[in-house]
Design a protein around this ligand. Structure first.
Ligand code: FE2
Length: 234
């Protein structure tokens, strides 16, 4: 069988270090042995395909999932999903999950002493359109404490999960907000050594998508591979 073209491997420093001791969880889960190079085969350069029947169109508006309006600041998060050559990827599944405006997840494992919002689950999904675009209406998430170190707080963020065309392009990451004072102190954000790559995780305030008297817009472009790949952040 002819050898298959694989995906370009990440450039050094543009993805999070497996071991980043100030991010405590990385100490136990980082590989202790040198990594083994595995060529990309059919299993890696193909992946599941999601059609329109896989998505609920209402899942793009997280402010309309309850009986009333969720509390907090309404925002619009949108952008494009791009391949390794900066070409838009259409019909790609984009899933998001996030804390509510008080910094609490709708999940039993989250025991933070902040109120749940009965009108907000924090979960949504979408398929990109012909130009690779996605768009969510949601609530700006609150910062929340975690147990990594004394007085540790996560910057406001939205978790993203994307499939792209292949298992090798699978991306789980986090989107941050511009100007967040917690970013320089966040061990997860700072796992990626390359500053330019790290800053690709910060969304950009965007007048184009801001709707008058309704909601601010934030643009978050996602690249699944190649020179401008968005860092993985689990
Ligand atoms: Fe989170």
């Amino acid at each position: 069988m002819a050898s298959l073209p694989g995906y370009r491997r990440p450039y050094p420093g543009t993805q999070p270090s497996h071991l980043h001791p100030i991010y405590r969880s990385s100490v136990k889960r980082a590989p202790a042995q040198p990594l083994v190079f595995l060529p990309h085969t059919l299993s890696e350069i193909t992946g599941p395909v999601f059609g329109a029947e896989s998505v609920d169109v209402k899942a793009t508006d997280l402010t309309k999932q309850g009986h009333g309006d969720p509390l907090g600041e309404r925002i619009i998060v949108s952008g494009r999903v791009l391949d390794e050559n900066s070409r838009p990827l259409s019909r790609t599944l984009v899933e998001i999950w996030q804390a509510n405006s008080a910094g609490r997840y709708f999940h039993r494992n989250d025991q933070h002493n902040a109120p749940l919002d009965p009108n907000f689950t924090g979960c949504g999904h979408a398929l990109t359109d012909d130009e690779g675009r996605y768009r969510f209406v949601t609530i700006r998430p609150g910062e929340y404490p975690w147990k990594n170190h004394y007085n540790a707080w996560r910057p406001a963020h939205i978790h993203f999960s994307l499939f792209g065309p292949a298992f090798a392009t699978r991306l789980v990451t986090q989107m941050y907000f511009p100007g967040d004072p917690l970013l320089p102190f966040d061990p997860i954000f700072n796992c990626t050594a390359d500053e330019k790559a790290r800053n690709r995780l910060i969304s950009v305030f965007d007048w184009e998508t801001t709707i008058p008297v309704h909601a601010l817009g934030y643009k978050f472009e996602i690249s699944l591979a190649g020179r401008d790949a968005t860092p993985m952040e689990i």
